[in-house]
Design a protein around this ligand. Sequence first.
Ligand code: HEM
Length: 160
Amino acid sequence: MATTPVWVLFVLLSVSLAEEVQLNYKPATKPVRLFTEEELQRYDGSEEGQPIYMAIKGVVFDVSKGKEFYGKDASYNALVGKDSTRAVAKMSLNPADLTSDTTGLTEEQLQSLDSVFEGTYKAKYPIVGYTAARLLNADGSPKKDFKPEAQPHFQTRDEF
Ligand code: HEM
């Protein structure tokens, strides 16, 4: 019986190690993307099988696993497919509050917003991106004070 040359064993071992490394490779953070208002609107839960997204303070969360809250005809469906910062801060489903506008919110409402952002959304749902308004000024230039959520000690109120 012919013995297998050592170099063949070496090549086989290298290939299997390379596969192992590739299979186990996971990027440290998932890539995120930028959403225009129109893009975000496509993920409003109206189409069965499509992911459901909503933004708070310009951070886009994939809330698909909360379909019982956010899906078509569910109680909080009005919040999805858009940035609902004001509604969440005020715990209101009034159509006038379905906006990213934080003008005139009280300290108590801002605190409540932070706690829902941290305790519910960041804890429960993956971040898939940011709204264009969060990163860019109206003229398209980048906002210098942008702080990604991955940054330690990030607080939504830092940017008010
Ligand atoms: C009578 C009024 C309301 C009651 C009884 C109520 C009840 C609840 C309950 C029981 C939960 C937790 C569900 C769970 O984790 O299984 C919840 C979650 C939540 N509620 Fe309400 N709610 C009310 C009004 C509102 C309003 C007006 C808003 C407007 C923004 C709101 C926004 C939310 C949000 C964002 C969550 C988190 C859902 C998630 O985990 O993704 N709620 N509510």
